[in-house]
Design a protein around this ligand. Sequence first.
Ligand SMILES: [Fe+2]
Ligand SMILES: [Fe+2]
Length: 491
Amino acid sequence: MSSPTPLAGYQSYKGLPQLAGLCTVEEAAKPGLGVEECVRRLKRFHYCFKRLHQILTARITSEPIYELKTGFAHHAYLCAEHVTALRTRISEMREPPLGLEDVPHLALEVFFDEILAAPTTEELIAGVYTHAVAELYGGIEQYMGVTNPLTDAPSCRVLRFAWHELAEMMNWGEKVADVLIGDPVWDGMRPWLEILAQLTMNSNGLDGAGTTSLSDPPVADAPGSPIPRRYSAKPYVYDPVPKRDERFTDPWNQGVNAESFLYNPAFPARPKALMMLYKRLREIDVPEMMASIITQTPGKPWGYYRDMSRQLWDEARHAMMGEVGFVALGVDWTKAKITFNWSHRLNTECTPMERHGVLYFIEQGLMPKTGKRYEFETGQATGLPLIATIQDFDWADEVLHSQIGRVWYVPQFESLKEALAYGDAAWSKVLSNWTTVKAQGLTNHENWWPAVYEMACKAEGVAPDPVVLAFDETYEGKRADLREVGEGLSG
Ligand SMILES: [Fe+2]
Ligand SMILES: [Fe+2]
């Protein structure tokens, strides 16, 4: 038996927690990793989060399933936050030049290129969640296990949060895979998933911890090289056309003018809650559109992508608030025809800069007294605390979005006036397609309002008000931002 080491016998004053609660002296006496190795791995994590953010954002628009669209919006935002935190931490570690835009390893680049280009939702889910997120989770866990908890405490703090949120992402992905991916589909994906596994091996794990030398030698990315490309053999092309699942039965419908009802003082507050919830849920078009701006606007400072992703996520939350409100009021929201007209048209008819202009222009329209404050006050007047809460936070988020626009959109112009005029002009380009889509047989602009209103009345146990029930005003002939009533279609 060897005698106890001095470390094991060490006592703090009266047995108080040692080292400010970080760990014990014994744990901190293990040397752990050096700064150079820490930075090398942190840069790997940073790159992984950046690519995951890119992939999830790029796939929001064309993903039909609403629950996945909102899930991707959520996780893209989380990744953006961890990118930001890692950039800050790496910059504290004696590391100029930072080289944060460099690719740490070619096999790693191919790994994420493959997932970005995955042709089906199932492959995307498997690639992102069961491979990339799970590997990254393991790499961070490994890092926290070997780095010195005292010397490297600031990294550990950042990584603990990332690790926690990766676990949540992984759990979500597993549940999604359980529901959507059956055994035959897993079998069909196997060869490609093996390519992904091969790529992580070639890159010495996502964290690069398998590398024996401190430098990462690039691996040849050429025909006949051991790095195979399958889906990314042709460069990925972003699909800007929004898609919806089968619950969105009439996506060109512009048959119920929600703003006209909402701003009409003759109508009572309570049914206005339904129109506001419709407007909230309809906001699922904003993530579809913002994903296109983010994806098609390269070369901005990282703060741009972080802020835009935050706004994108907020807009997905606004849509989900609408969903929650409808369910709480006993309404089957699929009966309210949620359109994709706005995102579809902006994504296919405007440039990314024009889309940003339209977004900013519309959001400025939400700030005056007739906009978000009015919606909040109407929410209070409904006597339904949930509606007031939804509109309260919706308003707060919009104030933030208007600030984000002032930081990233307006400074591209000489003046605020010019910035607004550009957005107004871009939006004027998109003329009403009310008649066209009807003529093309895409929709009959069915008036879904009576069905939705009756459902809510039935759940509440009251008789429908005949005047409210008879509301029948469409968006025919309106520019879709409805400047005349001071309200935006989305935002
Ligand atoms: Fe917004
Ligand atoms: Fe919004």
